[in-house]
Design a protein around this ligand. Sequence first.
Ligand code: ZN
Length: 159
Amino acid sequence: MTKVQLAGALALMLVDRVACATTCNLTIEANDMMQYNLHELAVSADCPDIEVTLRHSGKLQAKVMGHDWVLARTSDVSGIINGGMAAGLAHDFLPANDRRIIAATKVVGGGETATIKFNSSALEEGASYTFFCTAPGHASVMRGRFVFGATKRVAQAGK
Ligand code: ZN
């Protein structure tokens, strides 16, 4: 192998590792305007663990404009929201021990960050999932599609 070919192979390996990290670790932002910055998140079915980081880029406190990030089957969303409203901020607007919740961060206020890591074995390829905020009234705007396994892998050079 010439030096140039070796360098190329190393570069490909690095690109591959970066691509994987991008797919399994997601970051989403929320702000003082009651918005997420993304309306769709997608992860590869190859990810054994998925890590989602929620960053509140605003300035308002959690009791005024707190947000969380919750993942559930689309059909379970309204039930979780109703349960969360009854639970209140002290319980991060989440119904306790609710098995419909696949993953959830705590509620964060401006400048704060929360991360949740969960196993993808809870997910089924092709099923309809929605991520949303359980703060009262937020989910009408703060929600998006979560796609598991539908992402196409980037074609690998050299094969
Ligand atoms: Zn919110």
